[in-house]
Each structure stands twice: as structure tokens, then as C-alpha cells.
Design a protein around this ligand. Structure first.
Ligand code: NCD
Length: 298
């Protein structure tokens, strides 16, 4: 049975994830417009800023023929105190088929999904999950290596506040990859270690051992107090730069979900590095979002 919502990747089996990646590849090979969602109103509800995610959802929706409605939440009645449940009833009454939602509160899309009879796609909730980002990351890895199983992927930086890291951990584990989390104790607790997931502190020691390194931005908007001693202290240990690129083994790739902060988690050398896959990741975002909408709505 087709899933109703995409809230996080932990709801999906390896077979279901692979099927989504296969469909995303089919859309990549043939990105021509379709009528799969013809006549279906799809609402984009982004309570937090977004460039990549919001734009690629809108492109994916248009390409599938949906009636695309993007609401600025500042203009919605939620600012007048309307509850999530009542907003859901209102959207359903207008025949809205799917809502794509981003919110600073972890769990918000789950609450919406409880009241909304259509489909809910989580476009990022607080520090919790960002499943379509993880899907596009998995797609990028599979394009590069022909598989995800057996890969070793380092995720570096502010893991504590990263919904991207959390969804990737689920997806990588389900598809049989090993994850190494790398960062300072203030941004990465030892307790994040679990089956298939290691916690390491020494980036220089990890870099020669991985197939891919995924860099994260420090989520300043989610930091309470100074968890990072200083930018200088952080960059000394965890910035990917020209010297550290030399430590990567041949064939290893660099990834970043964006937005990146030049001079913090990476230097310009990283963006110029021939094996940096940031642009491929962004491009794949449209195709995985088409695949998700197709899987949920058709
Ligand atoms: C991320 C997000 O918003 O979770 N960006 C994205 O969607 N590509 C990561 C971030 O904000 O650092």
C-alpha cells in the first residue's frame, strides 16, 4: 500500500527507499512535464526560511502538473491563533491534496498529519527530520558509487541541531551504509552512537577512511548560549580546507546540504574541489521531490 505521508525516513524499508530512488532517477533521465498531479492543489507552508527546499518542491509540483499554492505563513490565520487541527480542516475543505510543511518545532508535521486527511510531507521540522534532503543525499551517493550499501559516510559538524543528519542516519542505516559522526562534544553527544553509527572527534583521522564526507552548517538560530567556543576554535578542528582535502582517499566525495558558510565549515577550496557534489545534490532535490509526490499522491 502506498504510504500516506513522508514524515521521516524511519517509516520506510530499504525496498521502499530504493523504489523512490529509482523513480527519482527516472525523472532525472526524463524531466519532461507530466500530468500525474493534474488538478491536485498542493500547498507549500514554510514557516522557516528556505531557498533550495522550497524552490525544488515548487518546481517538482509544477512539473507533475499540480495546482501549486505557496502560502506565506505570516499571512495565514495561524498567526491569529488558529490551531493546527483547524488549519488542516480548512485546507481539506478546499480540496487540498498535499501539504508540504517546514516548521521550527520538531513534530509539527506529525501534528498536522493527525488532522489532515490528505498527504503531509515534512520539509524540515526543528532539529528532528528532513527526509527529502536525506533522499537526495542518498540519490547522490548512489549515482556516484552505484550503491549505498557498504559505504562509509562521515557527517561533520553541528549534529546536535541537524535534522539533515538525523534523517540521513536513518536512510544510511536502512540501506546498509556506515555513518561516522564527527564534531565537538558540545555539538555531538557520545549518546548519538548506535548500531551502524560511530561518534569520532578527530576529523583528520576519519577523512582517509570514508567514501563521502557530508559537511553541516552550525545552526546558529538553534543554539542556546555559546555551545561553540569560537569560530576560530571550531575551524581549527572541523573546517574542511585545502590541507584536509588532501587527506581524502581517491574517489571520495564531499557533500553539503546548503546553505554553506564559507570560512566556517568549509573554505572556497572545497567548493572548487572536483569531487564536491553540492550542485548535484541540489539538482537531485527536484527529482526526489517529484518521486515523493508521485508515490504519495498517485
Ligand atoms: C538544511 C535545513 O534547512 O534543514 N538546508 C536544506 O534544507 N538544504 C540545512 C541547514 O539549514 O543548515
Amino acid at each position: 500500500m502506498a504510504p500516506r505521508n513522508l514524515l521521516d525516513l524511519d517509516d520506510f524499508s530499504a525496498e521502499e527507499l530504493m523504489a523512490l530512488l529509482d523513480r527519482a532517477e527516472a525523472f532525472h533521465r526524463d524531466p519532461s512535464p507530466r500530468r500525474l498531479l493534474a488538478g491536485v492543489p498542493v500547498v507549500n507552508l514554510f514557516f522557516e526560511p528556505s531557498t533550495r527546499t522550497q524552490t525544488s518542491f515548487a518546481i517538482a509540483e509544477h512539473r507533475l502538473g499540480a495546482e501549486v499554492v505557496s502560502i506565506d505563513p505570516g499571512d495565514s490565520s495561524m498567526v491569529k491563533g488558529e490551531s493546527i487541527a483547524d488549519t488542516a480542516i480548512t485546507l481539506a475543505a478546499m480540496g487540498v491534496g498535499a501539504v508540504i510543511v517546514r516548521h521550527r518545532e520538531s513534530g509539527f508535521p506529525y501534528a498536522l498529519a493527525r488532522s489532515f486527511p490528505g498527504h503531509v510531507v515534512n520539509a524540515g521540522d526543528g532539529t528532528h527530520a528532513h527526509p527529502t534532503q536525506a533522499l537526495l543525499d542518498l540519490m547522490t551517493l548512489r549515482q556516484e558509487f552505484g550503491r549505498v550499501a557498504g559505504l562509509r559516510v562521515a557527517i561533520v559538524g553541528d549534529i546536535a541541531h541537524s535534522r539533515v543528519a538525523r534523517s540521513n542516519i536513518h536512510g544510511l542505516r536502512t540501506l546498509g551504509a556506515e555513518t561516522i559522526l564527527v564534531g565537538p562534544p558540545t555539538l555531538l553527544a557520545d549518546a548519538m552512537a548506535e548500531e551502524g553509527v560511530r561518534v569520532e572527534r578527530d576529523l583528520d583521522a576519519v577523512l582517509p577512511t570514508v567514501n563521502a564526507v557530508m559537511l553541516l552548517r552550525i545552526q546558529r538560530e538553534r543554539l542556546e548560549g555559546a555551545l561553540v567556543p569560537s569560530v576560530a576554535a571550531y575551524t581549527a578542528e572541523y573546517q574542511l580546507n585545502a590541507r584536509r582535502l588532501e587527506l581524502l582517499r581517491d574517489g571520495a566525495i564531499v557533500m553539503h546540504p546548503g546553505p554553506y558558510n564559507r570560512g566556517v565549515e568549509l573554505t572556497d577550496d572545497v567548493l572548487d574541489f572536483p569531487s564536491c557534489r553540492y550542485v548535484n545534490q541540489v539538482a537531485n532535490g527536484v527529482f526526489v521531490r517529484m518521486a515523493v509526490l508521485e508515490a504519495l499522491c498517485s
